[in-house]
Structure formats: structure tokens, C-alpha cells
Design a protein around this ligand. Structure first.
Ligand code: FHN
Length: 432
């Protein structure tokens, strides 16, 4: 038996099958090209930051190319920043002038993106920032770009954060009304209090009313956990959980969100780009613990994925073309199957197959505890070449064994000396 999270309001059946999505962080911050937090980190005031608004002209923007790159990488859904912390919206909101149609881009950039990704059969997700460093009623907090500016701070008391909450709810209504069926809504994030500033959480966002609005407009939608009220999915970020994520002792639907490099937004000079092998191992690791991977691309100010991102997406796509059945429809393997050293297991309960993802290729033998008497056939997934098995115990004795004896239920695989030419080699086990 595998772990089964309790059902929640959102439709997560497709989500836990598809496992792999594309995160897209795109906004004015693509122009400074040194992290999406540049306005906060460099304490840039809005008047200075407006130069990016004036010069935002993604003349090479073709969302069909984006969707094609995601689809060919094996991604099944996308989540795009409709608005990030800077407050600028990619979509044509009636509630603000700080939007793409009013830049040299001259149009709603979200609508063609939704259409392009839908045309490539990817599900639609909207990220929407709770933080807003542009809105006139968004008060100072520990992340605000003007947090150290005494003159700006002196006027903070004149603001009414309830008016910002009204704006937040209003734009949510626009997003869930004007763009067809939306499968995921990804808010980000609630702010802790500090000595100097109050925090912003479920009370400031008016999260309960907002969730009611969301469920009234798109009841099926998958809603994340960052309104400070857990909903359909937990969202570990920039780390891989050690095991299936639990809340109050119960397994939940979860998705790790990760970057190619050290920045979510396009960063020209950042060099910590992960290899294709590492990225694939993160995808496999997530699925082996019953989770998803949402992997981020930060498009440039010209409206393109840069070559570093495209190369990694292509490399992941090459692997997924041969190995995707060890990802889609898979989850954590039943507990009786021990995970061998330097490996991850994924399990498809429908086909009753276990996939052994070998992260470090051993010399000749791979010993599988708990598999003795359980496997009918084994093959390398990349080329369907047989992997011969050595059984240590007769099949009939397996059923009566006590857990302590499980180590005797060993199955040994005879592997080729030379590792297959794959970023992650996989052995497919057909269980009896
Ligand atoms: O501050 C944001 C960050 O820019 C990025 O959007 C990530 C993605 O999950 N969320 C916040 C940091 O936790």
C-alpha cells in the first residue's frame, strides 16, 4: 500500500499524476536582470524603478515557443507570475495602470500565454504576489523597498491596508473570470512580524473571504498554502524534503518549487546553474516521496528563455522521452521495498511496476532488500534490455517471513559494467 493524502477541495487527481510543471517568473525585473528582488535589495524607489516600466518591450515574446519548450521537457502544467512583488501585472487589469498594456509591450501578455500553453495541452496556473511594492495602500514591512526611508515611512500611517486587500481580491476575481479555466492559484507569501514592522498574514489578506471568492469562481482549483490557511498543496521551496511531507502527522499533496540557478527572475550574471543530472535527480527524488516538482524559468526582457534554460529543458526532455513512465502516474513505493543505496524508487500502482533510479552506478550488482520473490521481470528502461536477477530465497517462503527476516528476501540485479548513456539510469521491475 502507498500513502494516500486526504481529499481536499481542489482537484488534485491530475496534479499527483502529472508530477512535473514549469514555474515562470517574468516581469519588469527581467530588465535589471539581477534577481526579482532587486527593488527591495537595492532600496529602489518607484520613480527610479519606472525606467524599467518605460523600457519593457519584449519584442521577441512568443508564448507558443515557451509552451513548446515546456511540453518537450515533459512538463504538464505551468504557473506564471501574473504579478510579482514589484506590483506590475502581465495582464490587463482594470484596477491598475501598472500593467503590460501600458508599457511598450502594448498588450495583455497573459492571454496569449494561456492560449499557447493550452494549445500544448498544459494545465494553467497563476502565481499572484500578496506583497505589492507599488500599491499606494500597501504598508511598510520588513521586505518593502522603502523600509529604511524615514520620509516615506512618515506617511505610512496614512495608508489603509484594507484598500490593498480589496485590490487583491479584485484582481483575483479578474484572473479567475477573464482567462477561462484556471487549474492552480499560487499566492506568495505571508510576511512575519519583526521588531520594527507588523507582519502581513491571513487577517491582512482577508484570506477566509478570499478563499470563499476563489471557490465560488473556480471550485476545482488547486490553491496553495501561503494565505496562511492550508488548502490543497504544501509548497517546500529551494530544498528537497527528506520524506513525504506531512501536516499534523498526515501525508499531504506537496510540490517542491526550485530554480535552475540562484534566481527566480532572469539573472544575467548568476552562475549557480544546476546540471541536467541534478535537475532530473530532483524530479525523481520528489516523485519517490509522493511529490511534484515545479521548476522555474526566468524569461529575458526580450521575451525569450535564455540558452542556459533552453539547454536544461532540452536535456530533461531527452531523458523524459525514454523515462517518463517512471514519473507520470508514479508515487512513493510501498514500505516493504527498501531503497538501495544511491537510488530512488518510484512506483506505479496501476501497472504494478517499480522503477529503480540509480544515481551512482554500482559495479555489477544491485541488491534489493524486500524484493525477493516479488519481481517477475526486470529491464533497463532506456532500451528495454533485460536485467538478469538472482533470487536468494524460494518464492513460497516469502509470505510467512517476519519483518526481521526481510533482509533474506533479497533480489540481486546483474547490471552491465558500463552505465547506460543516460543522466539517470532506470531499471523497470515488473512486480508479480
Ligand atoms: O519572494 C518570492 C520569490 O521571489 C519567489 O517568487 C519564490 C517562489 O516560490 N517565492 C518567494 C520566496 O519564498
Amino acid at each position: 500500500m502507498t500513502l494516500q493524502p486526504a481529499k481536499t477541495m481542489g482537484d488534485t487527481d491530475w496534479f499527483v499524476h502529472d508530477r512535473f510543471g514549469m514555474f515562470i517568473h517574468w516581469g519588469l525585473y527581467a530588465l535589471p536582470a539581477r534577481h526579482e528582488w532587486v527593488k527591495s535589495v537595492e532600496r529602489i524607489d518607484t520613480e527610479t524603478y519606472d525606467k524599467y516600466f518605460k523600457h519593457f518591450d519584449p519584442d521577441l515574446y512568443d508564448p507558443d515557443l515557451w509552451a513548446s519548450a515546456a511540453s518537450e521537457a515533459g512538463m504538464k502544467y505551468f504557473v506564471v507570475t501574473t504579478k510579482h512583488h514589484e506590483g506590475f501585472t502581465l495582464f490587463d487589469s482594470a484596477l491598475t495602470d501598472y500593467k503590460a498594456p501600458n508599457t511598450p509591450a502594448g498588450r495583455d501578455l497573459l492571454k496569449p500565454m494561456v492560449e499557447g500553453f493550452r494549445n500544448h495541452n498544459l494545465r494553467v496556473g497563476f502565481y499572484h504576489s500578496l506583497l505589492d511594492w507599488h500599491h499606494p495602500h500597501y504598508t511598510l514591512d520588513t521586505h518593502h523597498p522603502m523600509r529604511d526611508n524615514a520620509e516615506y515611512g512618515a506617511k505610512d500611517a496614512e495608508k489603509d491596508v484594507r484598500k490593498y486587500a480589496e485590490y487583491l481580491h479584485g484582481q483575483t476575481r479578474e484572473l479567475l473570470t477573464n482567462y477561462g479555466k484556471v487549474d492552480i492559484l499560487w499566492y506568495d507569501f505571508s510576511v512575519g512580524r519583526t521588531e520594527k514592522f507588523a507582519g502581513k498574514g491571513r487577517d491582512v489578506w482577508q484570506s477566509e473571504q478570499l478563499i470563499q471568492l476563489i471557490r465560488s469562481l473556480q471550485p476545482h482549483i488547486i490553491l496553495n498554502d501561503r494565505l496562511e490557511i492550508d488548502q490543497d498543496v504544501k509548497t517546500p521551496e529551494q530544498y528537497q524534503p527528506r520524506e513525504w511531507v506531512h501536516v499534523d502527522g498526515k501525508p499531504v499533496v506537496w510540490e517542491a518549487c526550485q530554480t535552475f540557478s540562484g534566481s527566480w527572475g532572469y539573472h544575467r550574471d548568476e552562475s549557480s546553474w544546476k546540471s541536467v543530472t541534478m535537475l532530473l535527480q530532483m524530479l525523481v527524488d520528489s516523485v519517490s516521496k509522493g511529490g511534484n516538482l515545479l521548476l522555474n524559468v526566468g524569461p529575458t526582457g526580450r521575451g525569450e528563455f535564455d540558452q542556459r534554460a533552453l539547454a536544461r529543458l532540452k536535456g530533461m526532455g531527452r531523458w523524459m522521452r525514454l523515462h517518463s513512465r517512471s514519473i507520470y502516474g508514479c508515487t512513493q513505493a510501498p514500505a516493504e521495498f527498501s531503497t538501495p543505496q544511491d537510488c530512488r524508487l518510484t512506483y506505479n500502482p496501476k501497472t504494478n511496476r517499480i522503477y529503480v533510479h540509480v544515481f551512482a552506478w554500482p559495479f555489477r550488482h544491485l541488491h534489493l532488500d524486500g524484493f525477493g520473490g516479488r519481481v517477475e521481470y526486470a529491464q533497463l528502461l532506456n532500451d528495454a534490455s533485460e536485467v538478469r536477477m538472482l533470487e536468494r530465497i524460494p518464492e513460497e517462503s516469502y509470505g510467512q517471513m517476519k519483518p526481521a527476516e526481510k533482509t533474506k528476501s533479497l533480489l540481486t540485479l546483474e547490471l552491465p559494467i558500463q552505465q547506460p548513456d543516460e543522466d539517470v539510469s532506470v531499471v523497470e521491475l515488473f512486480l508479480k
